[in-house]
Design a protein around this ligand. Structure first.
Ligand SMILES: Cc1cc2nc3c(=O)[nH]c(=O)nc-3n(C[C@H](O)[C@H](O)[C@H](O)COP(=O)(O)OP(=O)(O)OC[C@H]3O[C@@H](n4cnc5c(N)ncnc54)[C@H](O)[C@@H]3O)c2cc1C
Length: 647
């Protein structure tokens, strides 16, 4: 079926993604095509490939250096003269860095060289293409599409994951690809009304000649064979084929994508959580995607159904049908990536900050804070722990004194390890409004842009992308109407948060156990020592059966608790959730140790096959400590059971 019946123009078409895109265009029915590159032999090869697919295709080969504006203008002019117009352009031409260096030391001549092709060259192309397309009549890319979906033209720019995040030692490339994203967005805003669609594709590692150059560079600078040292391993376990990026380009060019405009399409083998953990945050683009898929809203439990208008939940599940098992599956699936920091960094605030709003906020607070939180317009965090007060929550020293006119509370104190604190817009902050002990604590909704708030990044062993923050509160004015629930009844709110959080930790720890087991199992099957796979040794096999013995019974317990979570009184359920948390985190500690052992040295390395297990070994501690530390919970469990036995 033909989906592209018009005229195409592809730069960088002599090899790699450009060549694959030219071939893909012809496969989709395009029969008139300009291919441009600096390599004559590359262009000849591309033409050969095209002709072997469809001998009738008319190909215009042009030798073009895109950093030369006259050459670019001439390329567009010749295409229009030859074929009458340009329906789709894909700007692929680009170069990689010839060097590796810290950003502070980069040679400016190398910066200019990369920028002149990747950014300025792409800008020249986009400008010339838009000018040509503006005078054309809108049309669909195949008669199979409704004419209302017609466009004057479509442009796809090849950016990179480096256009969204940064990787070390190739600053000019990173900057140039950020520029591609900026150019694409600007043209999208300015020329959408012209019915010219423009998007960018952000590939990760693609098996192209450019990657070969990059590997040579790694070798030259002593990182031979260690692509992961700079870019992380794609979760799909392999690099992209150029054809996969090409298919993304043909899709975006065709009327199939008639309502996709100004988008950066990630084609990176799944979001790279390892990279996010390394850089210390989840990119805004990915957070937005998380929001748009309904994952953020669904992270709030119980689900505030009355605030969900217009929000789609994951898998299209109806809000009225969303139950405790959907919640547990979502928690489990989020943890499947193996990086706790990412999970917390993307929705930890909604999980712990949203739930109390869902239960205790009044209608006006819900509209002002909960509704924007569910839509990602606000990001919330929870501020309870202090430098001198952790487990003993009731002993907190941060104060909230009412102002004389009664219009505000004035907050003074310090909060520690605030997850998402670095980028949160709001916090639920616990502070003392009354006498000593739990009965003098209240909870406030605090706008974190208020004067008197200072935030400092905290460095922890793991969960680097969770945004852990130290917060100073110095004479912070909080409007009186931002009190959550009733004054001096905040302890109940905090404790209610913990019950679901403990279930959350239990489910997450169990999934991380499975992730670690899976990675080490694969390794044990593959790794050979003394002439046979590790798994052929009885002592290694025993480790796996022991680990399974820790996971499976706890999984059954967890599932039965999920069922009971909405059917049992809080008094009865709370110690059970605590028991699950303690047991699952304890299992993870043991499994982390054993799986690291199976990996040997690789279990101690932040790159390579053991990277997730190594990460888990640094993250596990926080699952044992936060949300109620092990010793405190064990004591609470015993006391509660005694109390229940008396009832
Ligand atoms: C990465 C990370 C993220 C976090 N995120 C948040 C957040 O978003 N918001 C927030 O408010 N807090 C957060 N916390 C704080 C966390 O909840 C606390 O660390 C936890 O409550 C324990 O407090 P603490 O560290 O002060 O330990 P402490 O209370 O000082 O306890 C130290 C140790 O002694 C044990 N212990 C304490 N008292 C007793 C006792 N009476 N008997 C026996 N043993 C005892 C504890 O179990 C613990 O093992 C986070 C912490 C970390 C590390």
């Amino acid at each position: 079926m033909t989906t592209l019946n018009g005229i195409g123009l592809i730069t960088g078409a002599g090899s790699g993604i450009g060549q694959a895109t030219a071939v893909a265009f012809v496969r989709e029915g395009c029969q008139r095509l300009t291919i441009a590159d600096m390599s004559a032999s590359g262009l000849q090869k591309t033409t050969q490939l095209i002709k072997s697919l469809d001998a009738k295709t008319q190909v215009l080969e042009l030798l073009v250096d895109v950093s030369n504006q006259d050459a670019v203008n001439n390329m567009v002019k010749k295409t229009v003269e030859t074929f009458g117009q340009i329906d789709y352009a894909v700007n692929v031409a680009g170069v990689t860095c010839r060097d590796r260096s810290l950003a502070s030391d980069y040679d400016i001549a190398e910066f200019d060289r990369v920028h002149s092709v990747n950014a300025r060259g792409l800008l020249f192309c986009t400008q010339a293409e838009v000018l040509a397309m503006r005078s054309q009549n809108p049309r669909v890319t195949s008669e199979i599409f409704d004419p209302r979906r017609g466009q004057r033209g479509s442009i796809v720019n090849i950016a990179s994951t480096c256009g969204i995040t940064a990787i070390p030692n190739i600053m000019p490339y990173v900057v140039s690809k950020h520029a591609v994203v900026g150019i694409t967005r600007s043209f999208a805003v300015d020329h959408g009304n012209d019915r010219i669609r423009i998007n960018a594709v952000c590939p990760g590692l693609v098996d192209t000649p450019m990657l070969v150059q990059r590997k040579e560079m790694e070798r030259k600078f002593g990182n031979e064979g260690d692509q992961q040292s700079t870019v992380g391993e794609p979760p799909l376990g392999r690099n992209a084929y150029p054809e996969e990026i090409a298919d993304t380009c043909t899709f975006l060019s065709s009327s199939k994508a008639s309502y996709i405009h100004g988008s950066m399409i990630m084609a990176d083998g799944a979001p790279n959580v390892a990279q996010w953990e390394k850089q210390g945050f989840v990119p805004e683009e990915n957070f937005k995607k998380h929001v748009s898929l309904g994952f953020l809203a669904a992270a709030v439990f119980p689900l505030p159904i009355d605030q969900l208008a217009g929000i789609k939940l994951p898998a299209g599940i109806n809000a009225s049908e969303w139950d405790e098992f959907h919640d547990s599956i979502l928690i489990d699936e989020m943890a499947r990536c193996g990086y706790l920091g990412t999970v917390w960094g993307i929705n930890g605030g909604a999980t712990v900050g949203g739930a109390p709003l869902s239960v205790y906020a009044n209608q006006s607070q819900k509209q002002k804070y909960l509704a924007p939180l569910l839509r990602g317009a606000q990001r919330h965090c929870l501020m309870i722990t202090e430098p001198d007060i952790g487990s003993d929550v009731g002993g907190m020293t941060t104060t909230a004194d009412k102002s004389k006119d009664g219009k505000h509370y004035v907050l003074n104190g310090q909060k520690k390890w605030v997850t998402q604190g670095r980028w949160a817009t709001h916090a639920l902050c616990a502070a003392r409004t009354g006498g000593p002990g739990p009965k003098g604590v209240s909870v406030f909704i605090v706008d974190l842009s208020t004067k008197g708030i200072t935030r400092t990044k905290m460095e922890n062993s793991g969960v680097s992308s969770s945004g852990s923050t130290f917060v100073d509160l110095d004479e912070v004015l909080v409007p009186a109407e931002n009190l959550l629930g009733v004054e001096n009844k905040g302890f109940e709110i905090i404790m209610s948060t913990f019950t679901h959080e403990r279930l959350w930790v239990g489910i997450t720890a169990l999934r991380l156990c499975r992730v670690a087991l899976e990675d080490s199992y694969k390794h044990a099957l593959k790794r050979e020592t003394f002439g046979k796979p590790l798994f052929e040794n009885q002592v290694i096999r025993q480790k796996f059966s022991k680990m399974a013995g820790l996971i499976e019974p706890t999984q059954f317990f967890m599932e039965s608790l999920v069922h009971r979570s909405v059917r049992t009184s809080p008094l009865e359920f709370s110690p059970l959730a605590a028991l699950l948390k303690v047991q699952a985190a304890h299992n993870l500690e043991k499994i982390s140790r054993e799986t690291q052992q199976v990996f040997g040295g690789l279990g101690y390395s932040r790159t390579g096959a053991g990277a997730r297990v190594e990460q888990i070994s640094r993250d596990v501690r926080v699952l044992v400590v936060s949300g109620g530390s092990e010793e405190i919970l064990q004591d609470m469990i015993a006391k509660s059971l005694k109390k229940l036995a008396k009832l």
